[in-house]
Design a protein around this ligand. Sequence first.
Ligand code: AMP
Length: 277
Amino acid sequence: MRVIETVSDFRVAERKAPRPLGLVPTMGYLHEGHMSLAHRARADNATVSASIFVNPTQFGPNEDLSTYPRDMEGDLTKLEEAGVDLVFAPQLQEVYPPGFDTHVDVGEIATKLEGASRPDHFRGVATVVCKLLTIVRPDNVYFGQKDAQQTLVIKRLNADLNLGAEVVVMPTIRDSDGLALSSRNAYLDDGDRKAALTLSRSLDLARQLYDSENHDAEKIRAQMRNLIESEPRTSVDYISIADIETLDELDIIDRPALVSLAVRVGDVRLIDNTLLP
Ligand code: AMP
């Protein structure tokens, strides 16, 4: 496995790499969710690359950029074990050199849900992913369903700018108690960790209600909210039941729907989602 820090070195390696080439973009502090993407990339491609870059432009001014967990050594061990060939781990200045002033704005799909709660978040995501796709030039790029809206934003970006990658979306990996794995779970103390289970439980509740012929989206949102707010450490940012392609909110679940939510547990903002049916 080679660890490459500069764009110019990566380009040389990419030109020599046997195709197909897969890319797993990450912000590091890797867990089994990330590794499931790496394993799938290993199965699909002759060459597997992963990137580790905590992208400052996707964090808001009051968000957790300065405390975002990091473990480069541990991450490299995990990637090596997964059979990754190339790791792109640039420093900040390599990605955003002095004078950098071009940004990628994906339209409507990026304005809802996470986009509404975190202005400029998807601008930062789209800009860095656009750069990664043009530097790495992968045939296949791997993302997690955990960040459901992000996958829609990236598919839009990839299609609209003819970036030429196949976008592969992999299922959310969870702990045995249902909590979706996230690098941010590292911030949770024992009490928070317990309270955080309300996210996956509320998604399970939505599915149970849907399966027992309750397709009224507002009633389901209300019951999800009740469940989450029964836990005093939580506060709901949003609960959404939306068309899976447009993310327009639904009154009745009469088509494939994304049930998604963002909840603060103490100071930690967590997201999760499931698809219906
Ligand atoms: P991050 O490092 O948080 O930017 O995540 C990098 C990639 O891993 C993104 O495509 C995420 O959607 C994906 N990912 C994060 N958590 C999970 C999970 N629990 N299951 C599957 N994929 C995940």
